[in-house]
Design a protein around this ligand. Structure first.
Ligand code: MGD
Ligand code: MGD
Ligand code: SF4
Ligand code: MO
Length: 707
């Protein structure tokens, strides 16, 4: 039988697992194993396996919705819906100026969509007010990576390097639940004799795999890293030659670390001095070692300094820019990496260029065929943008995010969204945020469209269309094309993803994230290409006749920094950082720490996965994870409703009692709206550099609730 399977990638997380899709008679697709893709070698988690469920017509949106006079969302024609959006955005702009129109994007968008959305904001709307949900994700790691290495790419090496390293420290990653197929790399590490250290206030499924699990108090990873560096210095384990030849700024970083005595660090973190010493031994003894961070240390109001401290540890021990060693960030969303490179960020132009750099503006303006002076300057970060809705931002176009559930201090953000003059949302389902919109546009999904994503390794991948979308939906690119035309820009917004990618290649050429040597054809033939990949790297000399010299394709860059870092002088930079407390320390009124995160069967705000029966059966609702001691003090038994109260609000969810969490901390997953919404409680204190909110630590009190 002839196979009609299309090889492609999962719609959800940054692993971008490979899968095959075969059209099913009912118009959806069947997922099957694709063993040749090296990231997951056929393995998929439950979310990936069940992703086609969201393609069903009774689950997704198949018609535009427009709010009628009575305030109800009713089906409408595409023409009417698009006309309404263009008219409202145009009106806001005419009455209040271009910066009164906001745009909010998402790290789930393909590179083509993210690129086009950024261009749409700057060229069609002329607004500086664009940012996206990736700001809530890995922005602190990105900021720290740029400071230290001059470049931000999630992992500087392929996942396949992990099993060959000597030791890996996983800081605040629960990848056994958040990227299950990647756990294999860490079990292989242990089989090969390497060691795994996990740092998490909870003994998670990931921590259970560790040779050493350190359970610090939430929000103290900066002190922990400084304590380890202190011991590295005290025990004479600094790689002096490497520090001299490949780094700058060591003296100040060294002095800062020397002020963090192990006993002092033990008091701050709750991690004992012998455990700190053991971690230093495991990390320094082997020839190679890695530090990988995820949201635990990054989603803090000092996330940038915290990641900086972990990078300092790598630099002092010569464990960066060397084979099987390095610092990496495990990015989160399907296109968490590419989504942060091509211009949907407040301060950014394509190719990871800076909006305030005159040369970058000139380059991109030329590709776009506009005057560089017409490009607006940098805008506000995600939380600040959402906080300004209904204030000086009067209308919002939102694509691929559900902030009513996922933004910090969500009740306040929900109220801001409700106070807008006009909200348009493009989504595949009626999310909690879409339900508040004046116009909702139903868009095509992963299996129905082609486009590229860039996974956590910096590997650019091609997702391929496997089935025909139902009548009534259009792609995000078609939406932006139509809106541009209605707002007076007829050209420059193609609807064919490959055409957009060709333009993106030119716009990114010469930038940090250079995609100019990548083509759709190469992505099919090579199953992904790592950036930077400039066009025609070198010219093969054909001898006497220069006309016959042929440029060879650049192979892409699976491993970064082996020769030099991406700084002007090629040296990595130490950052002198010191411990500071979280923005809201517990006190008598709010004596407990709340941290938040994920469970394996739900994805993000749950907009997609809460619509899949199999996933809901596995993870039906929110809960409050707490230690038996806290539960006893509260008089709560397993499953009893518990109220968690912070200065922002109150949430109620059933107790899940376990001694796998610190007794001073409770944990809530953030996937659900309503009474159990974790983000009703969270603190929007922002990191001064990355503008990342402090999702991972705030002060709360617990109250018993009558059943
Ligand atoms: N199932 C599932 N998978 C996902 C997602 C999903 O929603 N669901 N989302 C994707 C996305 S966008 C992302 S960003 C990734 C996130 O992937 P992860 O970062 O692995 O996920 P989290 O659960 O947010 O946080 C990881 C761990 O940090 C711990 N933690 C909390 N506070 C602290 C702290 O102060 N210090 C330290 N060291 N650890 C702390 C938590 O206990 C938690 O176990 O997952 C991706 N994959
Ligand atoms: N308390 C707490 N809050 C958190 C976090 C935490 O750890 N704790 N983590 C934060 C992190 S890391 C992240 S990444 C955010 C994520 O939170 P959100 O930004 O809310 O992410 P999603 O739930 O993935 O929302 C994506 C929306 O876009 C839709 N969608 C999917 N694909 C497409 C597409 O191609 N086009 C369009 N137009 N729509 C699409 C989906 O149906 C969904 O409604 O949450 C943050 N919030
Ligand atoms: S691990 Fe991530 S990419 Fe892989 S199947 Fe699950 S959600 Fe999809
Ligand atoms: Mo994320």
């Amino acid at each position: 039988m002839q196979s009609t399977a299309t090889p492609t990638h999962c719609p959800y997380c940054a692993l971008q697992c490979g899968m095959n899709l075969t059209p099913a008679p009912d118009g959806t697709v069947e997922v099957s194993e694709r063993a040749d893709f090296p990231v997951n070698r056929g393995a998929l988690c439950g979310k990936g396996r069940t992703a086609p469920a969201v393609l069903a017509r009774n689950v997704r949106l198949t018609s535009p919705l427009v709010r009628d006079e009575g305030g109800t969302l009713v089906p409408a024609s595409w023409d009417r819906a698009l006309h309404r959006i263009a008219a409202e955005l145009g009106r806001t702009r005419a009455e209040h100026g271009p910066d009164a129109v906001g745009v909010f994007g998402g790290g789930g968008l393909t590179n083509e969509k993210a690129y086009t959305l950024g261009k749409f904001a700057r060229v069609v709307l002329g607004t500086s007010q664009i940012d996206y949900n990736g700001r809530f994700c890995m922005s602190s790691a990105a900021a720290a990576g740029i400071k230290a290495f001059g470049l931000d790419r999630g992992l500087p090496f392929p996942l396949e390097d992990i099993p060959k390293s000597g030791c890996v420290i996983l800081v605040g990653s629960n990848l056994a639940e958040t990227m299950p197929p990647s756990l294999r790399f860490f079990t292989e590490l242990k089989e090969n004799g390497g060691t795994l250290i996990v740092i998490d206030p909870r003994r998670t499924k990931t921590a259970e795999q560790a040779d050493l699990h350190l359970a610090p108090r939430p929000g103290t990873d900066l002190a922990l890293a400084l304590g380890l560096l202190h011991l590295v210095i005290a025990e004479g384990r600094v790689d002096e030659e490497y520090v001299r030849e490949r780094t700058a700024g060591w003296e100040d970083a060294r002095a800062a670390a020397m002020a963090h005595w192990p006993e002092y660090v033990e008091r701050i973190t709750g991690v004992s001095v012998p455990q700190l010493r053991q971690a230093v031994r495991l990390f320094c003894d082997p020839e190679s070692a890695m530090v990988l961070t995820a949201r635990g240390p990054e989603q803090q109001s000092k996330g940038t300094d915290t990641v900086g401290a972990w990078i300092n540890l790598c630099l002092a021990t010569g464990r960066a820019g060397r084979p099987l060693s390095g610092y990496g960030c495990l990015t989160g969303q399907g296109n968490g990496q590419g989504g942060r490179e091509h211009g949907q960020k407040a301060d950014q132009l394509p190719g990871y260029r800076k909006l305030d750099d005159p040369a970058a503006r000139a380059h991109v303006a030329e590709v776009w065929g506009v005057d560089p002076d017409s490009l607006p300057g940098p805008g506000r970060s995600a939380y600040e943008l959402l906080d300004a809705l209904g204030g000086d931002i009067r209308s919002l176009l939102l694509m691929a995010s559900n902030p009513v559930v996922s933004a910090p201090r969500a009740a306040h953000i929900e109220e801001r969204i409700r106070s807008l003059d006009f909200l348009a949302v493009c989504d595949v389902v009626l999310s909690e945020t879409a339900a508040l919109a004046d116009v909702v546009l139903p868009v095509t999904q992963w299996a129905e469209e082609t486009g590229t994503t860039t996974n956590l390794e910096g590997r650019v991948l091609l997702r391929r269309r496997a089935i025909t979308p139902p009548d009534g939906v259009r792609s995000d690119l078609e939406v932006l094309h139509e809106l541009a035309a209605r707002l007076g820009v007829e050209k420059g917004f193609p609807t064919d993803p490959e055409e957009v990618f060709e333009e993106l290649r030119r716009a990114s050429a010469g930038g940090a994230a250079d995609y100019s040597g990548i083509t759709y054809r190469r992505l099919v033939e090579e199953d992904g290409v790592f950036w930077p990949c400039p066009a025609a790297a070198e010219v093969v000399d054909a001898g006497d006749d220069p006309a016959r010299d042929t440029p060879t394709a650049h192979p892409g860059t699976p491993r970064l920094f082996l020769d030099r870092f991406a700084t002007p002088d090629g040296r990595a930079r130490f950052v002198p950082v010191s411990h500071r407390p979280i923005a809201e320390e517990p006190d008598d009124e709010y004596p407990v720490l709340l941290t938040t995160g994920r469970v394996v069967a739900q994805y993000q705000s749950g907009a997609q996965t809460r619509r899949v029966a199999e996933l809901n059966a596995a993870a039906p609702g929110p809960f409050v994870e707490l230690h038996p001691r806290l539960a006893a003090r509260l008089g709560a038994a397993e499953g009893d409703p518990v109220a968690v109260v912070s200065r922002r609000g109150r949430a109620v969810a059933p107790a899940r009692i376990t001694n796998a969490i610190r007794p001073d901390t409770v944990f809530m997953p953030f996937h659900w709206p309503g009474e159990g919404r974790a983000n009703t409680l969270t603190n929007p204190a922002l990191d001064p550099t990355s503008r990342m909110p402090e999702f991972k630590a705030c002060a709360v009190r617990l109250e018993a609730v009558e059943r």
